[in-house]
Design a protein around this ligand. Structure first.
Ligand code: PLP
Length: 460
C-alpha cells in the first residue's frame, strides 16, 4: 500500500465512518460477545506476504464493528464518556496524516505552540486566573502521577530522584476515599506506598472534612512523618463527589503543602460559570487535571494539566541529554520535560478544531442539556416502584439501586444484555449501585428518556 492507495482508502474509510455513525442507534451499545469471540476469527500466525487492502478492509468491516462497545453511541451512559466530536475526529485524521512526534519544540513547532495557546484558551474557558500555564498528557492517571512525583520531589528537596526513596523520610499524602483509583496507582508507582496515602474522612456530602485533614497532617507531623501533598476530588467517579476545594487548600497552605485537584470528568462543566461554585477556591491549587476527552468532545486521548508554576514539575521530570538539546534556543518550551513520556502526539489540534467548530456556547449548551436531562432521568427512575435513588445528580451523574444487591446486579445484567442503553455499577457506602451519567456528545433528550423506559420494562 502506498500513498496513492491511502488516498483511495481514506475516502472509503470516511464513507464507512459516516455510515457507521448514522446507524449507531441501531446497534447494541455494549458488545454482546463472550470472551474469545473476536480472537477466534483471526489467524494465529502473521501473514508472510502482503495482502490486498480490499481483503483487509472487508475483514475489518466483518469482524471489528460487532466486537466493539460503541462509546460514541448516543445511549452510552456507562463509566464517564470518551467523547469524540466530529470536528475532533477530523483533527485526528489530519494529525495522523502528518504523524508527528512533538517531544521538542523543534520536532514540530506547531505541536508545541498550538498546545500553549490551547492551554490558555482552556484556562480562560474554565474561569481560571491568569498565571496558570500547563500541558497536555495522555491520561488523568499519568497527569496525577506527574503531580505526585513532583510533590514527592518537593518534599525531599529534589533528592529522591537522585538518591532513591530509601534515603528519604516517610512521606504522607492525603485524599478522600472518593478520589479515583488513579491516585492510589500513582502513589504506588511513585514508591510512596499505599499505606502512606491517608484517606481523610468525608462529611454527609462525601466531601473531605477540612478539619479531619488538618488533624491527620498534624498527627503525622507529631509522629515524625513528612506530609508531602494533598489530592482533592472535584467530581469523583463513583457519585460525583466534590471536596470543599477552598477550605481544604487553606488547610494545606497552613502546612505549606502543595495541592493537586482531580477534575478529570467535572472540569469540562466549568466552562459553564454557574457550576464553578462546585470547585470554589480552585485558583489556590498548584496542579489541576481535567480530561477534555471525557465531556468536552475532544477525542481520546487528551488530559489537560494546569500548573500554577511548572518549575518543580520540569525539575522533577525534565532530562536533557545532548541528543535532545536544541542549540541556541533557550526561550523555547520542550513539553517532554513536563510529562512522563518523551514522545508526544499532536493532541492540541483536536482541541483547536473542537473549540472553534462548536464555540464555547455550543459546548456549554450540550453540558447544560446533559445536566438537565440527567435530573429528569433521575426523577423518572425515582417514580418507578422498587427503584431507590442512592445518590442525587451531581452535574449529570447519579446512582440508583433495587432493594437487594442480587436484584440490582440482575437488573444491570438485563439492561446491558438488552443493548438499548449501557450502564455500569459502583460501590457507594458499601452498597452495590447502578451509575447513570449523561454526557455523550450526540445524545438527545429522547435518548436519555430511554433510561427510565428500559429500566421500567426490565424491572421484572
Ligand atoms: N479521575 C477521575 C475522576 C476519573 O473518573 C478517571 C477515569 O474515569 C480518572 C481520573 C482516570 O482517567 P484516565 O483514564 O484519563 O487516566
Amino acid at each position: 500500500m502506498n500513498h496513492d492507495d491511502l488516498n483511495h482508502w481514506s475516502k472509503r474509510a470516511a464513507d464507512w465512518a459516516s455510515d457507521y455513525h448514522s446507524h449507531l442507534r441501531d446497534r447494541p451499545v455494549r458488545a454482546p460477545l463472550t470472551p474469545g469471540a473476536i480472537a477466534r476469527q483471526l489467524p494465529a500466525q502473521p501473514p508472510e506476504a502482503g495482502e490486498p487492502m480490499e481483503t483487509i478492509f472487508a475483514d475489518f468491516a466483518a469482524i471489528v464493528p460487532d466486537g466493539m462497545t460503541h462509546w460514541q453511541h448516543p445511549r452510552f451512559f456507562a463509566y464517564f464518556p470518551a467523547n469524540a466530536s466530529p470536528a475532533s475526529m477530523l483533527a485526528e485524521q489530519l494529525a495522523n496524516a502528518m504523524a508527528a512526534q512533538g517531544m521538542l519544540w523543534q520536532t514540530s513547532p506547531a505541536v508545541t505552540e498550538i498546545e500553549q495557546v490551547m492551554i490558555q484558551w482552556l484556562r480562560q474557558a474554565l474561569g481560571l486566573p491568569e498565571g496558570f500555564t500547563g500541558t497536555i498528557h495522555d491520561s488523568a492517571t499519568t497527569t496525577t502521577l506527574s503531580a505526585i512525583l513532583t510533590m514527592r520531589e518537593q518534599a525531599t528537596a529534589f533528592a529522591s530522584n537522585i538518591s532513591g526513596l530509601h534515603a528519604s523520610p516517610r512521606l504522607r499524602f492525603y485524599a478522600s476515599a472518593q478520589t479515583h483509583s488513579s491516585v492510589d496507582k500513582a502513589i504506588r508507582v511513585a514508591g510512596i506506598g499505599q499505606d502512606n496515602l491517608i484517606k481523610i474522612e468525608t462529611d454527609a456530602q462525601f466531601s473531605m472534612r477540612p478539619e479531619a485533614l488538618n488533624s491527620a497532617i498534624a498527627a503525622d507531623l507529631a509522629a515524625g512523618f513528612v506530609p508531602a501533598g494533598v489530592i482533592l476530588c472535584a467530581g469523583g467517579t463513583s457519585i460525583g463527589a466534590f471536596d470543599r476545594i477552598g477550605d481544604c487548600i487553606a488547610v494545606a497552605n497552613r502546612f505549606g503543602l502543595p495541592v493537586h485537584v482531580d477534575a478529570a470528568w467535572a472540569g469540562s462543566a466549568m466552562i459553564c460559570p454557574e457550576y464553578r461554585g462546585l470547585w470554589a477556591g480552585i485558583e489556590g491549587a498548584d496542579s489541576i487535571v481535567f480530561n477534555p476527552h471525557k465531556w468536552l468532545g475532544v477525542q481520546f486521548d487528551c488530559a489537560v494539566q494546569f500548573l500554577r508554576d511548572p518549575t518543580p514539575q520540569v525539575k522533577t521530570l525534565g532530562l536533557r541529554p545532548s541528543y535532545l538539546e536544541t542549540a541556541g534556543r533557550e526561550e523555547i518550551v520542550n513539553f517532554n520535560e513536563w510529562t512522563v513520556p518523551l514522545g508526544r502526539r499532536f493532541r492540541a489540534l483536536k482541541l483547536w478544531f473542537t473549540l472553534r467548530a462548536y464555540g464555547l456556547e455550543g459546548l456549554r449548551a450540550r453540558i447544560r442539556n446533559h445536566v438537565a436531562w440527567a435530573e429528569e432521568a433521575c426523577a423518572d427512575l425515582a417514580a418507578i416502584a422498587g427503584v431507590q435513588i442512592t445518590s442525587q445528580p451531581s452535574l449529570s451523574l447519579f446512582s440508583f439501586a433495587l432493594e437487594t444487591q442480587a436484584k440490582t446486579e440482575a437488573l444491570l445484567a438485563r439492561i446491558n444484555d438488552d443493548g438499548r442503553i449501557y450502564l455500569t455499577q459502583t460501590l457507594h457506602e458499601g452498597r452495590y449501585v447502578i451509575r447513570v451519567q449523561v454526557g455523550q456528545f450526540d445524545c438527545t433528550r429522547t435518548d436519555v428518556q430511554m433510561i427510565a423506559k428500559v429500566v421500567a420494562e426490565l424491572m421484572t
